[in-house]
Design a protein around this ligand. Structure first.
Ligand code: AHR
Length: 493
């Protein structure tokens, strides 16, 4: 109809790969992100494998988590790896100064984390300590993990792991402009050059270095870091959170009206402008895009749930968060030539989590389900997409009502993701599909009767994907009716 959206999916001019590492997860020593959420200990009544809870690991396997970033975040720049190896009872108990001032038992250290990623089937992304650690400490950590021989390799073997681990990704500090040391960009660039010099991989292996990038729209940071680090690191990061109501986070995760809906989605859409501008700056010194952009912290950040420790960043997750996820995953498709990795914050029990736990209970969030719906995008080919959408307006917030992306999966199947941001009315979409030969369309939809719908331990399936029958494919044209506030993933076969 004339009020609907028109879309063209250019399957005849395929774009870059939608890198599986766009689905990277972040697990910090923060609140119950590790302790309680992943780690319960070998002696727990909660079923576990060598201390890691089976229910959570199984769920994470279900979304094919490719990479996990650990141990922080801000925690990383105060973390001393030697405190997390050897007999658990001998490890020092520290104070987690960033996150709630609680004790950090160091029970989960390098060996345990490597076991965890093995159980999940993911690769490790280790975040090193630039803030209050030395280049020597960092270099020795890398050697301890990766070296086939030598004193540190012997120590690793004595601690239970003879074979070296692969460490494909290593972060050279985190948020060096803030909790990682309050550095100026010029100083951070020099410090990163120095530390990165001593991160060395054994013969025939590779440790890719990810430098601490900008916060939000700090373009000066990217300009300086990109200029000084091109050719010296593999990636530059970017952190951008959706924070409705402004900083510090104060908005409720679950109690909001249409204004809270519109503001949150509109704030999320800024990711497109941020990546566009940071990429353009990188293009000036790196036109061949050898250095990728790793958006290694993104997602919603609300006030903590009532009754929880504010330092634990524990927040519920609603249908609104599902839309935030889809919008970001669609934006990453548009920038897949530069964006090779992103990490939502965080995997379990912290900020926009996949999974929430309480004791032995576990629930999958709406965000988890969107990750599951987009999973077949992993390592597929982005199909460029043009969208002409009607607008959704609420007070000062105005945005296209349709967010979309398309990927030809490794299985050859064309998938089109369409979200309707308008909470009040359905939106029809008419799509031209040059280069698509498929005859049938099927799909899944994630929606709910109310925008604040969420999953609880008592009602865990209130927001879950269902079969979608609102799409038709005939004569090479796709016609779709998107329900209000919905995330849809179509498969063309
Ligand atoms: O994800 C929570 C915190 O947000 C991280 O520790 C830090 O890097 C960022 O400021």
């Amino acid at each position: 109809s004339s009020t609907g959206a028109t879309v063209t999916v250019h399957a005849d001019t395929p774009g870059p790969t939608y890198d599986r590492r766009i689905f990277t997860q972040f697990a910090e020593h923060l609140g119950n992100g590790i302790y309680g959420g992943l780690w319960v200990g070998e002696k727990s009544k909660i079923p576990n494998v060598r201390g890691f809870r089976t229910d959570v690991v199984t769920a994470l396997r279900g979304i094919g988590v490719p990479v996990v970033r650990w141990p922080g975040g801000c925690f990383a720049d105060e973390y001393h790896w030697r405190e997390g190896i050897g007999p658990k009872t001998k490890r020092p108990v520290k104070i987690n100064t960033h996150w709630g001032g609680v004790t950090e038992p160091n029970t989960v250290g390098t060996h345990e984390f490597m076991d965890l990623v093995g159980q999940i089937g993911a690769e490790p992304y280790i975040a090193g300590n630039v803030g209050n650690g030395t280049p020597q400490e960092m270099a020795e950590w890398v050697e301890y993990m990766t070296s086939p021989a030598g004193t540190l390799a012997d120590e690793r073997a004595k601690n239970g792991h003879k074979a070296p681990w692969a460490v494909p990704y290593f972060g050279v500090g985190n948020e060096l402009w803030g909790c990682g040391g309050n550095m100026r960009a010029e100083y951070a660039a020099d410090v990163t050059r120095r530390y990165a010099t001593f991160i060395k991989a054994p013969k025939d292996t590779r440790v890719m270095k990810i430098a601490s990038g900008a916060n939000n729209d700090d373009y000066n940071w990217t300009e300086t870091m990109a200029r000084e680090l091109v050719g010296k690191v593999d990636a530059l990061s970017l952190h951008y959170y959706t924070v409705p109501g402004g900083w510090p986070p104060r908005a409720s995760a679950t109690v909001f009206d249409e204004r809270g809906w519109a503001e949150t989605l509109s704030e999320t859409l800024k990711m497109d402008e941020l990546i566009t501008k940071h990429s353009a700056i990188m293009d000036k010194v790196d036109p061949k895009k050898t250095m990728w952009l790793a958006v290694d912290e993104w997602g919603t950040w609300y006030a903590g749930d009532p009754g929880t420790n504010p330092g634990f960043l524990r927040q519920q997750n609603t249908l609104r968060d599902a839309l935030v996820t889809a919008i970001n995953l669609n934006i990453f498709a548009k920038h897949a030539d530069r964006v090779k990795m992103t990490a939502i914050a965080q995997m379990v029990n912290v900020l926009q989590a996949m999974i929430l736990t309480d004791g032995s209970k576990m629930v999958l969030t709406p965000t988890y389900h969107v990750f599951a719906m987009y999973k077949p995008y992993m390592d597929g080919t982005v199909l460029p997409i043009d969208i002409k959408s009607p607008w959704y307006n609420k007070d000062q917030w105005t945005m296209p009502s349709v967010s979309a992306s398309a990927v030809r999966g490794k299985d050859g199947v064309v998938r089109i993701a369409l979200s309707n941001l308008d909470p009040n009315k359905p939106t029809s979409v008419s799509a031209a599909l040059p280069g698509v030969t498929a005859q049938t369309v099927t799909g899944q939809v994630l929606t709910a009767p109310t925008m604040t719908a969420l999953n609880t331990f008592e009602a865990p399936n209130a927001v879950a994907p269902k079969a979608f029958n609102g799409a038709n494919l005939s004569g090479g044209t796709l016609s779709v009716t998107l329900p209000p506030m919905s995330v849809v993933m179509l498969e063309l076969k």
